[in-house]
Write a protein that binds this ligand. Structure first.
Ligand code: NAI
Length: 378
């Protein structure tokens, strides 16, 4: 993966909180663990937002953060997002996330990954890790040599493998649900024009499936190798030279599949699409953007709802991976997305508000039930 040293915002960071705010009521996180192992160079943070529904599951992001504070802001935001995502996906899992500070291409080593694995193990199952930006199934295989609380391992070792498979599947289902909401039906694929930012693991699969179905697919990526691969392997794909060209192309759907924070006042004002539905986490640069989209009549399918296929895939590994079972579970993303639009319309709130309400209610309701005392043998 080509890793760039970008601004914190493109790493999915919105408003960097002060470190002193971690224990505030507003933050709401259960536990934040700083991990330092000097011989391997490991500097990592594990954040557990909630274990109300079960052990906190979320991937490990290996990223060249400019400073510790950026890494902390990212892991706090991402772990919260995982709690909401896992709740809406109907999983018995809470939300957590880890970040490793460093350049994965330069700093990743067996020693470092194993040191990280020991920190994960030390939490005794309160946190289960997986892949994210900068980490791959082969890395999780190494982490698993020190920890039993690892998913997203290689398929040869009984793991769920590349979670992009069901992430792309879920985004497609979310797109259908959103299309039906806006146009009454998704319609024939050749009537749809889809713009995809980022043709990495997820965006590439999404682009190829849509193009094979006959849709017009326009992509943009900052990595020339990703574009070359798209051009070679996706029938009829069009390349936009920059983000502006993509946003202002005549699109029905815009699918952010790169880094977070792509939607802000400027980009929303240029967007031609009627639907935003993509895989990237934290697509909205700040809380005001959902309203900007709504004011322009653009339907936003909340990112953590439609990109849950990946976590559904790796969660299935916990009980022994079965792709058919995991795919069936991911198919429900279509119904959940529709339900969010329905609830939003009924309650006269935007879809992002409706989604958060449903997730928060599930966490609160099940946490209440789980106060029932269990005898030691149960
Ligand atoms: P990836 O790293 O394989 O692909 C990202 C692509 O975006 C790369 O080709 C990269 O060159 C490109 N990119 C980066 N910055 C860009 C920019 N400013 N403009 C245009 N292109 C840019 O990552 P992957 O796995 O495909 O994930 C994509 C997004 O979806 C990420 O935000 C990730 O957090 C999110 N996601 C991924 C899941 C998965 O299962 N892989 C699950 C849920 C969310």
């Amino acid at each position: 993966m080509a890793t760039q040293r970008t601004s914190p915002r493109t790493a999915g960071v919105r408003t960097p909180p002060r470190a002193a705010g971690v224990l505030s009521r507003e933050s709401g996180h259960e536990q934040v663990v700083f991990c330092h192992e000097p011989r391997s160079g490991l500097r990592a943070i594990i954040a557990i937002y909630s274990t109300a529904l079960g052990p906190a599951l979320g991937g490990t992001r290996f990223y060249p953060y400019a400073c510790e504070e950026d890494a902390l802001a990212d892991v706090l935001e991402l772990s919260k997002g995982m709690a909401y995502k896992n709740a809406l996906a109907g999983l018995d899992l809470g939300g957590g996330k880890a970040v490793i500070i460093g350049d994965p291409e330069r700093d990743k080593s067996e020693m470092l990954l194993r040191a990280f694995g020991r920190f994960v193990q030390s939490l005794a199952g309160r946190y289960i890790t997986a892949c994210d930006i900068g980490t791959f199934s082969a890395d999780m295989d190494v982490v698993a040599r020190e920890s039993s609380y690892v998913t997203g391992r290689s398929t040869e070792l009984g793991g769920a493998g590349d979670s992009a498979v069901l992430t792309a599947h879920g985004v497609l289902l979310g797109m259908r649900a959103a299309g039906e909401q806006v146009w009454g039906r998704w319609g024939a694929p050749w009537q749809r024009r889809i713009g995809i930012q980022g043709v990495g693991k997820v965006g590439f699969r999404l682009a190829r499936t849509l193009a094979e179905e006959g849709a017009t697919v326009i992509v943009h990526d900052v990595d020339q190798r990703a574009l070359d691969r798209a051009r070679a392997e996706i029938p009829g794909v069009q390349i936009a030279p920059d983000l502006d060209a993509l946003l202002t192309a005549d699109l029905d759907v815009f699918a952010p599949c790169a880094m977070g924070g792509v939607l802000d006042e400027r980009t929303v004002s240029r967007l031609s699409a009627r639907v935003v539905c993509g895989a990237a986490n934290n697509q909205l640069a700040d809380e005001t953007v959902a309203k900007l989209l709504d004011d322009r009549g653009i339907l936003y399918a909340p990112d953590y709802v439609v990109n849950a296929g990946g976590v559904i895939q790796v969660a299935d590994e916990i009980g022994g991976f079965d792709l058919v079972r995991a795919t069936k579970r991911a198919d429900r993303i279509y119904d959940v997305t529709r339900e969010i639009f329905r609830r939003g319309a009924a309650d006269r709130v935007r879809p992002d508000v409706a989604a958060a309400r449903i997730a928060e209610a599930r966490m609160a309701d099940l946490a209440a039930v789980r106060t029932v005392h269990l005898p030691r043998t149960a």
